[in-house]
Design a protein around this ligand. Structure first.
Ligand SMILES: Cc1cc2nc3c(=O)[nH]c(=O)nc-3n(C[C@H](O)[C@H](O)[C@H](O)COP(=O)(O)O)c2cc1C
Ligand SMILES: C=C(O[C@@H]1CC(C(=O)O)=C[C@@H](OP(=O)(O)O)[C@H]1O)C(=O)O
Length: 390
């Protein structure tokens, strides 16, 4: 399985083409729209999210609600596009209005892709960078992830995500009896955090940052249950599934770090308090007493829940000016901006679910048969039976 995405933040649409989704997977636009709507929510987002009402169009690869095995084309239109047709250069601009309409961007924001992207591609107008470096692109990554999630759900695999930390406020009371319950609780929270006290403090921290013209980041967690043991491989660096998941998390705009299970805490504990002791029972086969390693050993799934966390830095576009340099005049200036999110950690947790779901679905399809859902299901059942009695 692989996918490409195309489209600019203020262009007409975002597109993704998914290749290698097996045939016979039930799939509707509604399955995808639910995920797109989840990504748009969250306390701390800017005005753009009030303009967009993300809805997918499925343009190929699905007939009568089932995948065909052929490439799937998904499109999400940008509602904001109608305000940008001239700036984006699709409509001709009268010469006398050129400067005003093009609104050339020559003042790079520290922390965004503006300056380095401009140097790299030779753009004197940094809009040519920001249009694609914008996290608007994560819309169609979530669409691709929705398809992956649907595939995983058919195989009894559940993906859930939530927010653990925003602007230094940590969720302390995290209790849920199943991933279904975690999902339900998360949906009710404006910051996708299930600790109600922390939720209030997180919202206050976001409001404060916004008032001060600042931005804040945080930590998100994704949990995946039901993945068979032995997916991925230790045999070569690029077969390691934990490595692929780590790359997918850090590929999300503004994500700077990743950890599995107890993660960086492992550096501070002795081995006896890190490694997960092995037990066996007739019903469950091999399981672990704990899950400190977050579901991976040797780049392979252990059969325990996959637990992965990602850290998002604060949004780079700030109302509070930061020092930068105009690339035309080389004069220093203090950056000022029009609109931006002040915190997008809740939305980013939905993106994190999507990219993790994609990597796991891909590894499963690679390992258990690429063509059709019924054969993949049969192969997994046989595999699980064999692993239990090994
Ligand atoms: C859901 C989401 C929304 C974002 N919204 C904004 C935003 O409104 N303004 C901004 O400057 N950056 C925003 N970002 C972050 C930038 O896209 C990101 O910092 C930029 O592409 C540079 O990449 P890097 O931070 O990974 O180095 C957002 C990121 C995500 C995941
Ligand atoms: C559009 C989305 O996020 C955008 C990500 C983003 C950035 O620089 O990454 C900048 C903002 O865009 P604009 O400049 O149009 O207000 C965000 O709104 C989205 O998530 O759908």
């Amino acid at each position: 399985m692989r996918y490409l995405t195309a489209g600019e933040s203020h262009g007409p649409q975002l597109t993704t083409i998914l290749e290698g989704i097996p045939a016979q997977l039930p799939l509707t636009a509604e399955d995808i729209n639910i995920e797109l709507a989840r990504r748009q929510k969250g306390h701390g987002r800017g005005r753009r999210m009030q303009i967009e009402k993300d809805q997918v169009k499925i343009l190929s690869g699905v007939r009568h609600g089932k995948t065909l095995g052929s490439p799937i084309t998904l499109v999400v239109e940008n509602d904001d596009w109608t305000h940008w047709t001239k700036i984006m250069g699709i409509e001709p601009i009268p010469t006398e209005q050129e400067e005003e309409i093009k609104r050339k961007i020559t003042r790079p924001r520290p922390g965004h892709a503006d300056l380095v992207g401009a140097i790299k591609y030779g753009h004197r107008d940094m809009r040519n960078v920001l249009e694609r470096s914008s996290a608007r692109e994560t819309t169609v990554r979530v669409a691709a992830g929705a398809v992956a999630k649907k595939l995983l759900a058919e195989l009894g695999i559940t993906v859930a995500g939530h927010v653990l930390e925003i602007g230094g406020v940590k969720a302390e009371k995290i209790s849920y009896s199943s991933l279904e319950e975690l999902k339900e609780k998360t949906e009710q929270s404006p910051v996708r955090c299930i600790d109600e006290e922390a939720e209030k403090k997180m919202m206050a921290a976001i409001d404060k940052a916004k008032e001060e013209g600042d931005s804040i980041g945080g930590i998100v967690e994704v949990i995946v249950e039901g993945v068979p043991a032995g997916v991925g491989s230790y045999t070569h660096y690029d077969n390691k599934l934990d490595a692929k998941i780590a790359a997918s998390i850090v590929s999300i705009n503004a994500f700077k770090g990743v950890e599995f299970g107890i993660g960086f805490e492992a550096a501070r504990r002795p081995g006896s308090l890190v490694h997960d002791e092995i037990i066996w029972s007739k019903e469950k086969g091999y399981t672990r007493k704990t899950n400190n390693l977050g579901g991976f050993e040797g780049g392979m799934t252990t059969g325990m829940p996959i637990v992965v966390r990602g850290v998002m830095k604060p949004i780079p576009t700030l109302y509070k000016p930061l020092l930068s340099v105009d690339i035309d005049t080389k004069e220093p200036f203090e950056a000022s901006i029009e609109r931006s999110d002040s915190c997008a950690v809740p939305a980013a947790s939905v993106v994190a679910e999507a990219v993790v779901a994609w990597e796991i679905a891909k590894a499963i399809v690679d390992q258990f048969g690429k063509d059709r859902m019924d054969l993949i299901k049969e192969n997994i059942e046989k595999w699980n039976e064999r692993a239990r009695n090994f």
